[in-house]
Design a binder for this molecule. Structure first.
Ligand code: GDP
Ligand code: ZN
Length: 317
């Protein structure tokens, strides 16, 4: 076994199959591979590594604060760790799916990561007003919902981007968004070198073809150029795809706890193991809004809950 003093610290800034790109505290980057199957790393991981031939070998994976999952056809897979925020970028157009939005929020809540919702394309007045209105329940739940425009025609002074950046300052944020929401535009705006860096990893790995589908870490340069010494740096993690979050690690009985509009009523149910789907004396069902009586939970949100509950119950193994 290597001695601890031979090992150097590093941050995983990209993953690529079994390989990953590790950045040292001095900002040097090198390709590493995990030793054995155990040290499977994700972007945002802190590791200890040592030189092994041309590459680095990851010898130790430090404890994670949290871990974010995605789902493919066959399994749930982790892809980002040690996050401070999850930024969910949606747009006035194309219209966002409320079910997808809720899933992303649940995924963040399950790991106790604060989500931020940004609604892009505020320059598209009419669709924006409608989309903003649809987000009213999410504002009522206490989520930060930030209006932004990334259109080059929007005046920078009131495009909302500076206000959004205040929420990200000094933190590590995973950026999620359906295709067309403006995610690439946002990353390129905040990280002017993003395209260059993407090219750099293709070169290092001698292949360009998978690069665009891998998860990447980007340092965000200080917006006003005034980075204080010792101040925490701002980072974004970009990950392609939005459709499938790995929610299957969540117990169905924990689901309501990951939805703030349901969560606030959980103490009032008659049965301790209430599923909030059909039970008499359910405090959640009593709050679902109907034509006859007002409530604090929208029918849509309860429907999303029921659908997710069903999925999580069926797919347990
Ligand atoms: P991605 O698929 O999420 O990476 O989205 P892109 O960044 O490629 O943006 C999708 C399309 O929306 C592009 O044509 C952008 O020029 C456009 N777009 C991005 N932000 C805005 C915006 O704030 N306003 C308008 N009108 N168009 C935008
Ligand atoms: Zn209940």
């Amino acid at each position: 076994l290597p001695q601890a003093h031979d090992l150097e610290p590093g941050l995983v800034v990209a993953t690529y199959g079994r390989h990953c790109l590790v950045e040292t505290p001095e900002g040097r980057r090198l390709i590493c591979h995990p030793r054995g199957k155990k040290n499977q790393v994700v972007v945002g991981d802190q590791v200890l590594w040592q030189i092994a031939g041309d590459e680095g070998s990851i010898e130790k994976l430090q404890d994670r604060r949290n871990l974010f999952y995605r789902q493919d056809e066959i399994r749930t897979k982790s892809f980002a760790a040690n996050l401070d925020r999850v930024l969910i970028l949606i747009a006035a157009d194309p219209e966002y799916s409320e079910s997808q939005l809720s899933r992303a929020l649940v995924a963040a809540e399950a790991e106790r990561i604060t989500p931020i919702i940004a609604l892009n394309k505020s320059d598209l007045a009419q669709p924006f007003a409608q989309a903003w209105e649809r987000l009213a329940p999410y504002r009522a739940m206490g989520y930060s919902v930030m209006p932004i425009s990334l259109s080059p025609r929007s005046p920078v002074a009131d495009d909302g981007v500076a206000a959004l950046c205040k929420h990200l300052q000094g933190l590590t944020t995973l950026v999620l968004g359906p295709s067309g929401s403006g995610k690439s535009t946002l990353i390129n705006r905040l990280v002017p070198d993003a395209l260059v860096e993407t090219g750099e990893i293709s070169l290092a790995l001698n292949s360009g073809k998978h690069t665009t589908t891998s998860t990447r870490w980007y340092w965000v340069p200080a917006l006003d150029g005034s980075a204080e010494d010792g101040a925490a740096r701002t980072a974004l993690i970009d990950s392609p795809g939005f459709q499938e979050f790995g929610l299957h690690h969540i117990e169905p009985t924990r689901l309501a706890d990951c939805m703030p509009d349901l969560r606030q009523h959980l103490g009032g149910c008659k049965f301790y193991n209430c599923t909030h789907l059909h039970e008499p004396g359910c405090a959640v069902l009593a709050q679902v809004e109907t034509a006859e009586h007002p409530g604090t939970i929208s029918v849509r949100r309860h429907r999303i809950y029921a659908q997710l509950f069903d999925e999580l119950s069926q797919q347990r193994w």
